[in-house]
Design a binder for this molecule. Structure first.
Ligand code: EPU
Length: 340
């Protein structure tokens, strides 16, 4: 375990924001994580576990410890020949999209809708990443994590993770209490995929694919993402910057009177609104403020025009939030984590 001082985080956050951290430590194995916890370093300083850095905005230098998991490894834990279920465990430091593609190509299905999401495996259970009708919670079987205070190892069953829309126990009552070592996934060797999400369905029918294989689903999703979202290799962003807000049925009915085209989806007893649509209606799509822009193909995405600071990102986000609230009476919340 090697602790570095005053390290730039520019290469460690997908927004490409140039700030420094006071201390920076990586763990590349379970043993190194145990050593880090035994050192008690994380009890003496503020800390933040930074995976792929794809969902975070740093507003200033970080006066604490950045923990960066780099542990690698994917193993088959069990295979059930009767049900076709395969349990696969992947280490926190594995790249999420590479893992999702590798499983799909190997014939272990369930992750095909989640290809091309930037970030690492260890972050997936924290915010229950999701796209195109599937969320990480649909495939997570267990999470192996270490308690920071005691150094104890614990295996969380899926139900103990209390997954919700971009939410889990690790963002709430267990926030900053555990570090994820690895994640176990329930995949299947049966060829079945969810392809009902509207943009996915449209592309499949455009290609005359009626019964898509999981690999075809993954390829279509990559195509849709490339057409709507900035290429992370070229443009700095944090993916969807905002969450889609949830409103009651009666609130939606009121909104529909003035905005009959409003985009909504049932979410339990309530409705989810497309925040991208709300932001676009406020005229923000393709606009910029300082060095931060609203992506012209998907208004949920804020991006770095060049050399932007975290404060500029927050200023733009606040202006958008204020406009959406005054036009629609709806509060939109950040999906990205803002580190002040
Ligand atoms: N829409 C607009 N204008 C926009 C963007 C979207 O009118 O600028 C409308 C679309 O026309 C569509 C609806 O909003 O009718 C939904 O759009 P889309 O399918 O692009 O999905 P989203 O709700 O905007 C969510 C996730 C994305 C994920 C997609 C696909 C959240 C916060 N975002 O976006 O996740 O890729 O669905 O499943 O839930 C991410 O989290 O980083 C991310 C990219």
């Amino acid at each position: 375990m090697n602790i570095e001082e005053n390290v730039s985080l520019k290469a460690y956050n997908t927004f490409g924001i140039d700030v420094q951290t006071r201390k920076f430590v990586e763990f590349s194995s379970e043993k190194e994580l145990q050593q880090l916890l035994e050192s008690k370093l994380l009890l003496d300083f503020d800390f933040f576990v930074l995976g792929g850095g794809s969902n975070v905005v740093f507003c200033s230098n970080f006066d604490g410890v950045i923990v960066h998991p780099t542990n690698k490894g994917i193993r088959i834990v069990s295979e059930n020949v009767e049900t076709n279920e395969v349990i696969v465990e992947a280490c926190a430091g594995e790249n999420w999209s590479d893992f999702a593609w590798a499983m799909t190509k190997q014939g272990f299905y369930g992750l095909e809708n989640l290809v091309e999401i930037p970030g690492n495996v260890g972050a997936a259970p924290i915010q229950n990443v999701g796209a195109y009708g599937v969320e990480a919670k649909d495939v997570i079987n267990y999470v192996v994590a270490y308690e920071i205070e005691t150094g104890a190892r614990r295996v969380f069953e899926a139900h103990e993770c209390k997954f919700g829309y971009r939410d889990s126990v690790f963002k709430n009552e267990l926030k900053n209490k555990y570090i994820v070592l690895s994640v176990g996934f329930s995949l299947t060797k049966t060829m079945q995929s969810k392809s009902t999400y509207s943009s996915l369905r449209s592309l499949l029918s455009e290609k005359n694919i009626t019964n898509p294989t999981p690999l075809q689903v993954a390829e279509c999703i990559a195509e849709i993402r490339n057409s709507k979202l900035p290429n992370p290799k070229e443009i700095g962003s944090a993916g969807s910057f905002f969450k889609n807000p949830i409103v009651t049925c009666s609130h939606l009915e009121t909104l529909k009177i003035s905005y009959p085209d409003i985009v909504s989806y049932p979410a339990g007893d309530n409705y989810k609104l497309a925040a991208g649509w709300l932001i676009e209606q406020c005229g923000w799509k393709g606009k910029r403020l300082g060095n931060v822009g609203v992506f012209d193909k998907q208004a949920l995405v804020l991006y770095n025009i060049g050399g932007c600071t975290g404060k500029e990102v927050v200023n733009l986000a606040m202006a958008i939030e204020a406009d959406v609230e005054s036009k629609f009476g709806v509060k939109i919340e950040c999906e990205a984590i803002i580190i002040k």
